[in-house]
Write a protein that binds this ligand. Structure first.
Ligand SMILES: Nc1ncnc2c1ncn2[C@@H]1O[C@H](COP(=O)(O)OP(=O)(O)OP(=O)(O)O)[C@@H](O)[C@H]1O
Ligand SMILES: [Mg+2]
Length: 337
């Protein structure tokens, strides 16, 4: 039962939530907006969405709105007629036409300028457009999925993104939390990539020692899953031992975490929770404030995971205002480096 995960690894509560939404939304034609930092697996997720949809036998057409020069992107999206511009020596279909019957993936949609945003809005609403330099209106049947690593609500507030388009896209939002917030998955994914790369290189599969695991959990993963994947490939080539110890990890991790084995994150440190006494605080050489912060951290984390990172809902679960939650998260991020 359930959704075909098509290679997406992860068992953390927030990822399970993502799979649950994926299962419900895949069979529909609803527009989906995937958000998340770079390298969190947005493209992988969108491909899974298409693979689980009734359009799976049809085209999946990705277009990276941030990677195509401004003056070419309109013709790339909508096609052009012969003579529409200097180098248009013959007419050509755009990505929307190619995607007819299937799914178009508008990656990095936050990079589109306002005039193109209007045109995208029209395709969403009317399912029609004209080629550049053309007069004939073309009708298409495409499912639109968009992704961005920007905060589009903020872009709207600053006048860089059309509010009406934002609401049209944001019918089903799916947020992929950064890897550092899914630490159940860090080890799972790390070991998975090691297995894959060691097999590729026909060497015996390397295991992560528990000390190396502690380093991986303590590192904040600014490049998310992509960074983890790259590091594991590097290790599969360079590691000379039969298992991965802290000294086999990339310098970047050791530099950030320090060379001593880090303490486990609060979540693990607090396992088997019992009301603390003064003796406990003294034994762990912690003050009241540190202890309270740790409890707060843990509850924030849990609430965010349960809501798939949707701050409104997390704040509601915690019984605090959204703005208070955001303040707390800011403080927490600053404290964590
Ligand atoms: N949960 C996961 N399980 C397995 N592999 C993953 C997972 N998440 C990401 N990856 C892998 O990590 C790499 C980055 O993923 P992807 O390209 O989907 O990220 P992205 O969010 O689109 O990044 P960007 O914003 O930089 O485009 C890919 O090689 C992908 O296969
Ligand atoms: Mg991507």
């Amino acid at each position: 039962m359930g959704v075909d995960r098509t290679g997406i690894i992860g068992e953390s509560p927030s990822l399970r939530q993502v799979f649950a939404v994926l299962g419900k939304v895949s069979p529909t034609d609803s527009t989906v907006l995937v958000t998340g930092e770079s390298g969190t697996g947005k493209e992988l997720l969108v491909r899974a969405l298409h693979a689980n949809s009734k359009r799976k036998g049809k085209a999946f057409v990705p277009i990276n709105c941030g990677a195509i020069p401004r003056d070419l992107i309109e013709s790339e999206l909508f096609g052009h007629e012969k003579g529409a511009f200097t180098h248009a020596i013959r007419s050509r279909a755009g990505r929307f036409e190619i995607a007819d019957g299937g799914t178009i993936f508008l990656d990095e949609i936050g990079e589109l300028d306002l005039t193109l945003q209007v045109k995208i809005l029209r395709v969403i609403q009317e399912k029609e457009f004209e080629r550049v330099g053309g007069t004939v209106t073309t009708k298409v049947d495409v499912r639109i999925v968009a992704a961005t690593n920007r905060d589009l609500e903020q872009e709207v507030a600053q006048g860089r993104f059309r509010e009406d388009l934002f609401y049209r896209l944001n019918v089903i939002p799916i947020h992929l939390p950064p890897l550092r917030e899914r630490y159940d998955d860090i080890i799972l994914l790390g070991q998975h990539f090691l297995n894959v790369f060691c097999e590729q290189k026909q060497r015996e599969v390397l295991r992560l020692t528990s000390q190396a695991q502690d380093f991986l959990i303590a590192y904040p993963w600014p490049g998310n899953v992509r960074e983890l994947e790259n590091f594991m490939e590097r290790i599969s080539i360079l590691c000379e031992n039969s298992e991965v110890a802290p000294e086999d990890l990339p310098e970047k991790i050791l530099k950030f975490v320090g060379h001593e084995v880090p303490k486990r994150k609060p979540k693990l440190a607090l396992e088997g929770f019992a009301w603390p006494t003064l003796v406990d605080l003294r034994d762990q050489s912690r003050g009241l404030k540190e202890f309270m912060d740790e409890i707060e951290d843990r509850l924030l984390q849990e609430a965010l995971e349960e809501c798939g990172g949707v701050k409104n809902q997390a704040a509601e679960l915690l019984g605090i205002k959204r703005t208070t939650l955001i303040e707390k998260l800011k403080k927490r991020n600053a404290a964590n480096g």
